[in-house]
Design a protein around this ligand. Structure first.
Ligand SMILES: NC(=O)c1ccc[n+]([C@@H]2O[C@H](COP(=O)([O-])OP(=O)(O)OC[C@H]3O[C@@H](n4cnc5c(N)ncnc54)[C@H](O)[C@@H]3O)[C@@H](O)[C@H]2O)c1
Length: 305
């Protein structure tokens, strides 16, 4: 049985569906009740045994309740996807970002993963096996995108949180190894250009993270981003979310820590960064997402502001 946070939409919903198609029972967890109900009903309509549990990953007691409810209902958990995430909402240079943007990004993208690990890993250890999959991003997991898709400096919040997700998952991997358990940690890098809600996270911004600064520019939609890329000569082809879900299922089967698609030119930043560190040379590898895409390299989300 599989639990997926951020399961009401995008990648999380696709993961839930794919696990269901593999014959697993599924719990979708999300802070947004209505799309969560819709997603759960859609899975049930396909004959998948699925439950939706309204969960706020920023609140540990909510994630603890999710773990308890899942165990009470299904008796065991085999796969946990810490996937809930929020995208780039900040504008300007990082010293201009609203502190509320930092808090929201850190609470969902970092603390949310920590909460999932704390609530579920002891359960998996007790069972003796299972898989924890934390959703990262090339934007931060490799290196931060320097210039966003809309032309200005890209947000510093999002890549910082995703760098933290990679580091957390590396620690989880080693700590699990030390115990000798069969429980495994994996880090997911969804590749390509994905048509999900992350581009417009601002639509569902909770009141307690309300902006404290007046915006100078309007929020962007995915359509704005696509239009700007196309105006710059980049052809946008969305990668099907099923492809990301395939990466996860294959990664579990192959016991693969790095859940990534086939190598892309975008990954060259990893090599360039390692070279820069080893040579003590200044970072010249940080990319302008638009020129990268114009060169037909798949973009990574989160760099649009
Ligand atoms: N879309 C991309 O291009 C891309 C690329 C790399 C990584 N990611 C990551 O993939 C993950 C899924 O994002 P997506 O692209 O499917 O976007 P999405 O917006 O469609 O899905 C994210 C889900 O997380 C939920 N969520 C937000 N705050 C929450 C909270 N406090 N508690 C519980 N749920 C909450 C949202 O309601 C939403 O359903 C994120 O971690 C994102 O950073 C996305």
């Amino acid at each position: 049985m599989a639990v997926v946070t951020g399961g009401a939409g995008g990648i999380g919903r696709a993961l839930g569906r794919r696990f269901g198609q593999e014959g697993m029972k599924v719990v979708l967890a999300d802070v947004r009740k209505e799309p969560l109900d819709q997603a759960t009903r859609a899975l049930a309509g396909e004959g998948i045994e699925a439950a939706g549990v309204v969960t706020d990953v920023t609140d540990y007691s909510s994630v603890e309740s999710l773990a308890k409810e899942t165990l009470d209902r299904f008796g065991a958990v085999h796969v946990v996807c810490n996937n809930a995430g929020t995208g780039a909402v900040s504008e300007g240079y990082m010293w201009e970002h609203d502190l509320a943007d930092w808090r929201w990004g850190i609470d969902v993208n970092v603390l949310g993963v920590i909460h999932g690990i704390k609530a579920f890993v002891p359960m998996l250890l007790g069972q003796g096996d299972g898989h924890v999959i934390n959703t990262c991003s090339g934007n931060g997991g490799f290196a931060p995108i320097a210039r966003g898709a809309m032309g200005g400096p890209a947000t510093a919040v999002y890549p910082m949180t995703k760098a933290a997700v990679l580091c957390l998952t590396e620690s989880l991997y080693t700590h699990l190894q030390m115990t000798g358990t069969r429980v495994r940690a994996h880090v997911l890098f969804p590749g390509g250009f994905l048509n999900t809600g992350i581009w417009e996270s601002w639509r569902h911004r909770p009141q307690r993270y309300a902006p404290t600064q007046k915006r100078r520019t309007p929020e962007h939609t995915l359509a704005d981003v696509v239009a700007r890329f196309e105006a710059a000569g980049a052809r946008i082809e969305f990668t099907p979310l099923e492809t990301v879900a395939d990466q996860v299922v294959e990664g579990i089967r192959a016991d693969r820590f790095w859940m990534m698609g086939p190598p892309t030119p975008a990954e060259d930043v990893v090599r360039r960064k390692a070279t820069s560190i080893l040579a003590r040379s200044n970072p010249d590898y940080l990319v302008d997402v638009l020129s990268q895409s114009a060169a037909k390299t798949p973009a990574t989300e989160g760099g649009k502001h």
